[in-house]
Design a protein. Structure first.
Length: 135
């Protein structure tokens, strides 16, 4: 009887492991995901948020031209963001030209996968010139 109880307990435990191990709705599948969201803008600054899931490396690159750099270009020529696992960070770009469009590229990776994201943002016009209140 004791042997039968042990076999039954082992069988139930193995069945539970199998069910838990095959859960296809797991949020932590090891695949990297990266997201970008626009933030505050001004004449000379842009802010954006970078969010990652399952990343061990993350870099961003901003350009005036939409050249669609490769993942390797973003990592080699971009700025490293200290993010890992599931995290987010707000980035601020300063000393930009007014009324100019910028292209922001982000690449994130881990041992298994990579992901990229793209965002187009523009600084606003310089409004400090002469203003005619009569118009």
């Amino acid at each position: 009887v004791l042997v039968m109880k042990r076999i039954l307990t082992a069988f139930i435990f193995a069945a539970l492991l199998l069910v838990v191990g095959c859960n296809k709705e797991s949020k932590n599948d090891g695949i990297v995901r990266v997201g970008l969201a626009a933030g505050k803008i001004s004449e000379t600054t842009l802010e954006f948020s970078v969010s990652v899931i399952n990343a061990t490396n993350c870099s961003y690159l901003w350009l005036k031209e939409n050249t669609e750099p490769s993942i390797d270009d973003i990592i080699a020529n971009g700025t490293t963001i200290m993010l890992s696992g599931m995290a987010s960070r707000t980035i601020r770009l300063d000393d930009l030209e007014p009324n100019t469009t910028y292209h922001i590229y982000v690449a994130a990776s881990n041992f298994y996968s990579t992901d990229t994201a793209y965002l187009r943002m523009a600084t606003v016009s310089d409004i400090s010139g002469d203003v005619n209140p009569d118009i």
